[in-house]
Design a binder for this molecule. Structure first.
Ligand code: URA
Length: 432
């Protein structure tokens, strides 16, 4: 078999066979296919798309290129959640604790952030002592005992994806539905979960900017998951503005704990309850989402979700006193208000630019090896559709620099105040 023929087939809109996809993935992993031929095929896939069968076949071959976690020692139906990534998206943190409090094991394998979307692991590392790198045994034992753990990949998961993702990044082929779907699902299937709820973000701050594109991605993800034998569904949720009110590592831990104390912002709490309801149904602890939602609300009221979160921090070496004293996490030196320059309704609060502002303060990475400042970020006092008055703070910037004209300029561009506007929809669609 020759790689040039595989490229030719896809370039001309043909369908790749299982054998061709196997040859491609093997060659990516063992280095026998040069980067320029891998990139050429990626570009051909970008323009010519893939059939459902090709997407599933590519995903399975990428998954088989690395280790697959065996979670069979953990009793019960294991349920995980994945998000395609957004600004202020700390959903995994309160969600894992609430679902675990209903008795469902939640083995969560998360990632780090690059660019403006922060990673769950980075946020957890704002908690002094917290270890995100557990051995496979530690991870499995902790989920069996505490019902939850949130960690980085424990072994070499889908090495084909690592190589392909690196090339997609520099050949402008990231936003291709078959490539995103195979990348995400190869890693999730390898993580050994039984069921998966996927939060597909849509809007200016998401990979997928339109609802049509997001729907196609959600359907591709769910289809691949089902073909691989997982229980799988997706929620399409809004990412035109940041989720919740706090953006930044320590700030997002604070807000997650606030949700568990019943004091979280409305949009974040609503999304956690929606995703969680499907997880509880898939975990077979409730017959339907109405019953599941009540169970999750109960875990907040009786403190059991809060208690699960503290137990996870303790089990992973973190300081559990953080849950009652947020000052134990790194604190920024300056809190700088950013004020409205007219009366009116907030009609633009760009997730993208607010995320970039937080990254430039030091809260995110521009390069994979950049160090993070856990203390910095942004706290929103208003969201889209709110009426604001001239001179009133729209948000507060948490900074370790006193002078931040670059950040203020960026935020000025990210915000628009108009004569009228409305509150956007949070949950756009459910794909089952
Ligand atoms: N997340 C992934 O893991 N892969 C993609 O391609 C996009 C988002």
């Amino acid at each position: 078999m020759r790689m040039v023929d595989i490229i030719d087939t896809k370039r001309n809109g043909g369908v790749l066979s299982d054998e061709q996809l196997q040859f491609f993935v093997d060659g990516v992993v063992n280095g026998t296919i040069p980067d320029y031929q891998i990139s050429a095929l990626l570009m051909a896939i970008y323009f010519q798309d893939m059939t459902k069968e090709e997407q599933t076949s590519l995903t399975m071959k990428m998954m088989e290129s690395g280790e697959r976690l065996d979670l069979s020692r953990i009793p019960g139906i294991k349920v995980d959640k994945h998000s395609t990534g957004g600004v202020g998206d700390k959903v995994s943190l309160p969600l894992a604790a609430m679902v675990a409090a209903t008795g469902i094991p939640v083995p969560m394998i998360s990632g780090r952030g690059l660019g403006h979307t922060g990673g769950t692991l980075d946020k957890l590392e704002a908690i002094p002592g917290f270890r995100v790198e557990l051995s496979e045994d530690e991870f499995i034992n902790q989920v069996a005992k505490e019902k939850l753990a949130i960690v980085g990949a424990t072994g070499e998961v889908a090495p084909a994806d690592k190589k392909i993702y690196g090339l997609r990044d520099v050949t402008d082929t990231v936003d291709s539905i078959p490539l995103i779907a195979s990348s995400i699902m190869s890693k999730k299937i390898a993580s050994g979960t039984d069921a998966l709820v996927i939060d597909v973000k849509t809007g200016t701050g998401a990979f997928m900017k339109t609802l049509d594109q997001s729907r196609l991605l959600a359907k591709a993800l769910v289809e691949i998951g089902k073909q691989a034998g997982l229980k799988c569904m997706a929620v399409i949720s809004d990412m035109n503005q940041p989720l919740g009110n706090k953006i930044g590592n320590a700030l997002e831990i604070e807000e997650s704990i606030d949700v568990l104390k019943g004091k979280g912002p409305k949009d974040l709490t609503e999304l956690v309850l929606t995703l969680g309801s499907y997880m509880v149904v898939m975990g077979e602890k409730a017959q339907n989402t109405t019953e599941a939602r009540k169970m999750l609300e109960q875990t907040i009221q009786d403190g059991s979700a809060f208690e699960r979160f503290a137990a996870m921090i303790k089990a992973q070496g973190g300081d559990p006193a953080v849950v009652d004293n947020y000052q134990l996490m790194p604190q920024a030196k300056y809190k700088i208000p950013f004020k409205a320059d007219r009366d009116g309704v907030l009609t633009k609060l760009s997730a993208d630019e607010v995320g970039t502002a937080s990254m430039l303060l030091g809260g995110g990475r521009q390069k994979a090896d950049d160090a993070l400042d856990y203390s910095v970020g942004i706290e929103l006092h208003h969201k889209l559709g709110d009426y604001v008055k001239d001179g009133e703070p729209i948000l507060t910037i948490y900074s370790n620099r006193q002078e931040i004209p670059d950040i203020e300029q960026l935020l000025r561009e990210s915000i628009k105040i108009s004569d009228d506007g409305k509150v956007p929809t949070l949950i756009h669609e459910i794909i089952e």
